[in-house]
Design a protein around this ligand. Structure first.
Ligand SMILES: Nc1ncnc2c1ncn2[C@@H]1O[C@H](COP(=O)(O)OP(=O)(O)OP(=O)(O)O)[C@@H](O)[C@H]1O
Ligand SMILES: [Mg+2]
Length: 308
């Protein structure tokens, strides 16, 4: 196994009665892009705050870049980059001033800092905006500047909390190209998201729900081992059919996609198409086809989303 950059074991963070993260364990390998996928409030930001040493876990062990967290959090801070959910830029400063200020916080010498800022503005397409006040910039531009700020110190490990929530699909694609560039240079990245397509780009990911990691692995592994077969059903009266289907224990979920139902059937059922036709007479004349799994199917089958 290659070098582990993050090792977390049985970590819980409790706020009053609420376990925002509940007994989570994870290992992140050097150079990997590791994703936390989960809905609002499932504990993604809390997990990041614990891993960066900003929050003290209630129980559990955390080691990041060989440092024991939270005890050695101060030493860790200089080695990581952190792009927070709300971007944390100084809106009344210019692009160049934001970068300079971040560089100073990281203690980069003034001799090096000017060059480093130019380099970052070039890498992230900000050179023409260097005198622009941040408050007036678009979501995509702010996102690029946030990433430039978070990587000004060439961090070994980069935490990104929902970095693409505020930007359009094209900006999102370009942003991911930058992440793969960083990953190829050896930067380890931990990124949170609630977008399936984004999660699918990660080398590995953890699917979170209510503070718990429900499943983790590479997207391919998760799809291969989710324990269901997928049948797409094309017929009429899909709403009533859906309620009948999900009342059956072997059916993990049935989601409507336009004129089709995507039905996840337990893999214990040997021939799911024949089985569905035998269990539900109204399907005799319907069009049933086996479909390839997606990450959304994995998400639905491992979380409570399956019964809605
Ligand atoms: N400082 C805090 N004090 C009390 N409760 C908190 C605190 N921080 C988070 N929580 C609660 O912990 C739970 C997890 O919150 P968290 O922000 O980690 O979720 P998230 O997955 O990042 O959600 P989102 O997608 O909305 O950003 C939520 O119920 C939240 O209200
Ligand atoms: Mg969050």
């Amino acid at each position: 196994m290659s070098e582990l950059v993050i090792k977390a074991h049985n970590v819980t963070k409790q706020f009053g009665d609420l376990k925002a993260i509940n007994n989570i364990s994870l290992n992140v390998e050097k150079g990997n892009i590791y994703g936390f996928l989960g809905p609002n409030g499932c504990g993604k930001s809390t997990a990041i705050r614990v891993l960066t040493g900003l929050l003290t876990p209630s129980t559990g062990q955390v080691e990041v870049l060989g440092l024991s967290i939270p005890k050695q959090a101060d030493a860790l801070r200089l080695k990581i980059g952190y792009m927070t959910q709300k971007f944390s830029l100084y809106e009344d400063l210019t692009v160049a001033e934001n970068l300079l200020f971040m560089g100073q916080i990281y203690g980069i010498s003034s001799a090096q800092l000017k060059n480093r800022c130019q380099e970052q503005m070039q890498t992230y397409g900000l050179d023409k905006l260097q005198k622009q006040i941040v408050g007036g910039m678009s979501g995509g531009q702010k996102q690029r500047l946030s990433l430039a700020c978070a990587t000004i110190n060439k961090p070994e490990l980069l935490f990104l909390d929902e970095p693409t929530s505020a930007v359009d699909p094209e900006n999102r694609r370009n942003f991911w190209e930058k992440l793969f560039d960083l990953s190829e240079l050896g930067t380890t990245i931990l990124v949170t998201t609630h977008y399936m397509d984004e999660a699918e780009r990660c080398h590995r990911l953890a699917i979170m729900e209510s503070g718990v990691i429900r499943a983790d692995g590479s997207p391919e592994e998760l799809m291969r081992t989710m324990g269901v077969n997928i049948v797409e059903v094309k017929t009429t009266s899909l709403r009533s059919l859906k309620s009948k289907l999900i009342a059956n224990k072997q059916v993990r979920s049935a989601a409507q996609l336009g004129v089709r139902l995507r039905v996840l059937v337990d893999e214990q059922v040997a021939n799911p198409i024949e089985w569905l036709k035998s269990q539900f007479p109204e399907l005799q004349q319907a069009e049933l086809t086996l479909a390839r799994p997606t990450l959304e199917d994995v998400f639905v089958s491992v979380t409570g989303a399956s019964r809605t």
